[in-house]
Design a protein around this ligand. Structure first.
Ligand code: NAP
Length: 295
């Protein structure tokens, strides 16, 4: 669907990797005037979709009200932004840092921007490139609310679901890391689970057919955990940590007997057992949280 923005923004996308290219095309297809730049120039000219490729970064960002950066990491961004003339060309514009990083990276980014008179938002995108501009894309933003409000309409071209998280500049990166941990951890868990099935001669299809069972369990536990963390009370009458530990021991044993990697279930066991050792054995599963807030 072609969207017609109320106002066409003059903007630039710095970095035309898989994500940057998708972002640039989405902005352009929403009607914005999009300059693109990439270290390897061929990728910038390949973006297409009505974007305009520049060989010079200074020329790409000059006179643009909004500059979106999507590079591999903050070290790459720092390198690019320190190129001669770039900081001066960005003065007075808004820089949206869409490169994934840690909260500390975001704080350094803000310090750099403030030192150069650049308005700054730190952002994190929760989407694969093919999700950009669809309902499956979410982008989290942190920084001054006023800067976000000024650009949100333009930014919605990449994700209608543009979420302002907090004024604290590290907030978007924090939330991104938190969601990604649940994603990567959960994904590793079901991949190991599929490996257990296969090793025991059970078609992994049987596991995936039960997807809603384990996702449902996680969902219910997340709700319970939220409540318990808020109240700092973890007792209940559903299932003690002692009982959960016994279940995890079966997972470790299955893995060892079937001669597949037992690393992941052992790490799980280690974490849950630590909570039992801390005297929380008769409390509910989310009590593990109490042992994770220290080193
Ligand atoms: P990518 O395809 O590997 O692209 C990386 C980009 O960074 C390229 O434009 C590359 O330029 C540039 N780059 C790397 N080092 C550089 C340097 N020292 N100086 C200048 N440019 C440099 O990665 P991507 O998937 O687009 O990811 C970009 C960002 O989006 C990352 O922070 C990633 O975590 C985030 N992200 C990606 C996804 C995803 O699904 N792909 C999802 C969420 C978030 P060259 O072309 O010259 O190498």
């Amino acid at each position: 669907m072609h969207m017609h923005p109320i106002r066409s923004a003059k903007m630039a996308v710095v970095g035309c990797g898989l994500m940057g290219s998708a972002l640039a095309r989405a902005f352009a297809s929403a009607g914005h005037d999009v300059a693109v730049w990439n270290r390897t120039p061929g990728k910038a000219s390949a973006v297409g979709g009505g974007t305009r490729a520049f060989d010079s970064l200074v020329e790409a960002v000059s006179g643009r009200e909004l500059v979106v950066v999507s590079l591999s990491n903050y070290a790459a961004a720092a390198e690019v932004l320190s190129e001669r003339g770039v900081a001066a060309a960005l003065t007075g514009t808004t820089l949206v840092q869409l490169t994934s990083g840690s909260p500390a990276d975001a704080r350094e980014g803000l310090a750099w921007a403030q030192a150069h008179g650049v308005d700054y938002l730190d952002a994190a995108i929760l989407a694969y490139p093919s999700f950009v501009a669809t309902e499956y894309a979410t982008v989290y933003y942190a920084g001054a609310r006023g800067i976000f409000d000024r650009h949100v309409e333009t930014l919605q071209a990449i994700a209608k679901n543009s979420v302002y998280v907090d004024e604290k500049i590290g907030a978007a990166a924090t939330l991104d890391c938190a969601i990604l941990e649940a994603y990567y951890g959960g994904s590793l868990a079901f991949l190991h689970a599929a490996a257990m099935c296969k090793a025991e001669g059970l078609d992994p299809k049987a596991l995936f057919a039960q997807k809603n069972s384990f996702l449902g369990l996680i969902s219910v536990t997340a709700d319970a955990a939220q409540d318990m963390i808020e109240k700092n009370g973890f007792s209940g009458d559903q299932c003690s940590l002692n009982t959960h530990v016994a279940a995890i021991e079966h997972i470790v044993r299955l893995s060892q007997d079937a001669r597949i990697s037992a690393r992941f279930p052992k790490e799980l066991l280690d974490n849950y057992k630590r909570a039992v050792s801390a005297g929380l054995g008769d409390q509910e599963l989310p009590a593990v949280f109490r042992t994770l807030t220290q080193d």
